[in-house]
Ligand binder design. Structure first.
Ligand SMILES: N[C@@H](CCC(=O)N[C@@H](CS)C(=O)NCC(=O)O)C(=O)O
Length: 236
């Protein structure tokens, strides 16, 4: 079984960094192919994911959907494990990831980050605030006391959350955003994850990230002015 692997990814995409974090934690070498999301090449659209990043190719196939890919990476390269061994703990981790992706901050953070319509600003701001407040409640219900999600070591939950926290730099830059002080658990989790070596090793250079987001927002503004809605990502 060969370990040669390729990841098609894009710097602004939080889902891509999730896979990079898992690969980094496992020490799996891979070739990274950067995909320009604005001018997505036709050869890439013809691939298995239909043009969506991240796409992970290895000797066993072509896989996409960051949550599924990260589970595959965790099973294929078992050390160190990124999910707990007890079934009940595993399902709790998966439930949190599912919430983070579908009802949590994943979509609201991106909507706020990429919003170019002032009339929508209040609504997207409120949606993100609600998601972060719910995150605070969920962490409190887990007796979170700082550090990683499970209090011990990096897990797939942290790998899902960290790239969103990393991109809060864009929220600060474009929207003057900070996690409210009242959300102490969320702040603690954010701060801990930004210190993790695998998160740091896979995080984009902040000025490069901001420059790419600026370009993307220009495209979105032109589209908005022309009455075109551009979906930027999908949690499904
Ligand atoms: N649910 C997917 C979402 C991936 C996604 O939305 N990627 C964006 C970039 S952040 C993309 O490629 N969007 C364009 C498209 O889907 O055609 C995952 O978890 O990997």
């Amino acid at each position: 079984m060969s370990d040669a692997a390729t990841l098609y990814s894009s710097i602004p995409c939080n889902f891509c960094q999730r896979v990079k974090i898992a690969l980094s934690a496992k020490g799996v070498a891979f070739e990274n192919v950067e995909i320009d999301l604005v001018r997505r090449p036709s050869w890439f659209r013809a691939k298995a994911s239909g043009g969506t990043v991240p796409l992970f190719e290895c000797d066993e196939g072509a896989f996409y959907g960051s949550a599924a890919v990260n589970e595959y990476i965790d099973e294929r390269w078992p050390e160190p494990p990124l999910l707990p061994s007890a079934p009940a703990e595993r399902v709790r981790a998966r439930m949190f990831i599912d919430w983070w992706n579908h009802k949590g901050p994943t979509a609201p953070y991106e909507e706020r980050l990429m919003n170019v319509r002032p009339e929508r600003e209040k609504a997207v701001e409120e949606r993100l605030s609600r998601a972060l407040e719910e995150c605070e409640e969920r962490l409190a219900a887990l007796d979170y006391a700082g550090g990683y999600w499970n209090g011990q070591s990096l897990s797939l939950v942290d790998a899902a959350a960290a790239p969103v926290f990393v991109r809060f730099a864009g929220l600060r830059h474009f929207h003057d955003f900070e996690i409210p002080e009242s959300l102490g658990q969320v702040r603690a989790w954010h701060d801990a994850l930004l210190e993790d070596p695998h998160v740091r090793a896979t995080a984009p250079d902040e000025s490069e990230l901001l420059s790419m987001l600026t370009d993307y927002r220009v495209v979105l503004k032109k589209a908005a002015d022309a009455g075109i809605e551009v979906p930027v990502s999908s949690a499904d």
